[in-house]
Design a protein around this ligand. Structure first.
Ligand code: HEM
Length: 458
């Protein structure tokens, strides 16, 4: 039975803790509060809602029990629904279309599908390398170029659409609209709806950004339909052609539009953050970088072309990615709520109460991790993996609502890092100091690096 009082930092009458949360860096604030509360749980009052935050691994294990908790669609996700609609990411668990789309799309994320996407992933990764070859010695904007890579990869493999992002010095208008819409969703999370309604110009700009993204998506779908070929096994082909094996139903047009937009966003924004943080970690840890070079030289000597099989043989690079996702999770939190009133570790949780799993303090919790602040890729050796706390690592979320694109992201990221290290010596002469920017997801802001082609035997 629930016997313990949840720590609750004081707020103001009516507004509660709302105004304490900084608009542009909510998660930095939430993580700092976690550092002050050793209980591994605290509660804030945000616009009249009492929200729980948990990061003790034992409490998180309970919140991840799917018999008791389900994915919550509350702010900010309920705001992202303005453009994600009933797409997989923002669908409510009780909407039948979630299960239909999940079953239709699962085959598109199998190992066999990753192998089928590989030639296109390689094509885009080569565009990154070619672009950097031309810009040797310049300060390269890492997050922007990783965003070009990941957006072009998901759109080419998933929808046979080419953004050709590397041919333009500006980020594609779709990306600019998306960045603004995600930021606005984050800001609205702590703004009274009344205030939002009063900000007429902001509202108009937000709606225009959503429309611009939807127009692009509608165009991609229209062209595929016009080509008359819906039989290809990519994401769009499956959605247009396949029926749900359980119900025999096809996806409604409106849902397909929401899915395409969801995949364009979910399918690139986070992987771009992962790759940017991974490059940052490699530069900060030269001994790890040396091991990554040694691995690439062994598996991809000279200018050998990588195959899917070679990429699957990598060992150091995947561990760099796993450790990067521990220290810098691009998605810093996810939310669940209980079907009925319950308790976790003796703390009461009301029916339907939003319970946010905070990933940075979980992923660095001293109960679960040795020297948690250290970037140590050997934590991910098979024998040490067995010692991990079962609920202390959740960069891809939990259970049936966990990330469907996990293998896609990891395959794409392994390939990109391998190609970059095969070709270039990387450095950051300005010794970049990490500054995290949040637009719902996290990225290192203002991080640049330089490359030059490696000499033979270097
Ligand atoms: C869900 C993280 C890459 C598509 C999620 C969730 C997390 C996550 C934490 C659960 C969110 C929640 O519970 O509210 C990541 C990270 C990625 C990544 C860290 C890269 C490193 C991708 C890629 C795709 C993708 C490449 C698509 C190709 C999705 C979708 C969902 C999802 C569709 C919703 C699944 C559902 O509820 O049915 N992701 N993701 N993600 N992700 Fe990813």
């Amino acid at each position: 039975s629930a016997t313990r009082a949840v720590p609750a930092p004081r707020g103001l009458p009516v507004l509660g803790n709302t105004l304490q949360i900084p608009a542009h860096s909510p998660n930095a604030f939430l993580d700092a509060l976690a550092a002050e509360h050793e209980e591994g749980i605290y509660r804030l009052e945000i616009l009249g809602r009492r929200v729980l935050f948990v990061y003790d691994p034992d409490l998180v294990a309970e919140a991840c029990d799917e018999r008791r908790f389900y994915k919550g669609i509350d702010p900010p996700l309920s705001i992202v629904r303005d453009f994600g609609g009933d797409g997989l990411f923002t669908a409510r668990g009780n909407e039948p279309v979630w299960g239909q789309a999940h079953r239709i799309l699962m085959p598109a994320f199998s190992q066999r599908s990753m192998k089928a996407y590989f030639p296109q992933m390689l094509q885009v990764a080569r565009q990154l390398v070619a672009s950097w070859e031309r810009r040797q010695g310049e300060d390269l904007p890492v997050s922007d170029d990783m965003t070009r890579l990941t957006l072009d990869t998901i759109s080419l493999t998933g929808f046979d659409h080419r953004f050709d992002s590397f041919s333009s010095p500006e980020l594609h208008p779709f990306l600019q609209a998306m960045g603004r819409a995600l930021t606005e969703a984050m800001l609205r999370n702590r703004r009274l709806p009344l205030v939002t309604r009063m900000m007429k110009r902001r509202e108009a700009a937000y709606r225009a950004d959503i429309r611009a993204m939807q127009d692009l998506v509608d165009d991609v779908i229209r062209r595929r339909r016009a080509a008359g070929d819906t039989s290809t096994g990519d994401l769009l082909g499956l959605m247009l052609g396949a029926a749900d094996p359980r119900t025999g139903r096809r996806l409604p047009d409106e849902n397909i539009r929401n899915q395409v937009l969801t995949f364009l966003i979910a399918g690139h924004e986070t992987t771009s953050g992962l790759l940017s943080f991974a490059l940052y970690n490699l530069l900060r840890n030269p001994h790890v970088l040396a091991r990554a070079y040694a691995e690439v030289d062994r598996l991809l000597p000279g200018d050998a072309a990588p195959s899917y099989e070679t990429i699957m043989k990598l060992d150091v690079i995947p561990r760099v990615l796993e450790e990067t996702l521990r220290i810098w999770s691009p998605i810093p939190a996810f939310a669940v709520k209980p079907f009925a009133a319950t308790e976790i570790g003796g703390y009461p949780v009301a029916k339907g109460q939003t319970t946010v799993v905070l990933l940075p303090p979980l992923h660095r919790h001293p109960k679960a991790w040795d020297r948690p602040e250290e970037f140590d890729i050997d934590r991910w050796l098979p024998e040490r993996r067995k010692e991990h706390h079962p609920a202390a690592y959740k960069p891809f979320g939990n259970g049936e609502r966990a990330c469907i694109g996990r293998q896609f992201a990891l395959t794409e990221a392994r390939l990109a890092l391998a190609l970059v290290l095969q070709k270039f010596a990387i450095s950051d002469p300005d010794a970049y100091r990490i500054q995290v920017k949040q637009t719902l997801t996290l990225k290192p802001e203002g991080f640049t690096l330089r490359v030059r082609e490696r000499l033979p035997h270097e």
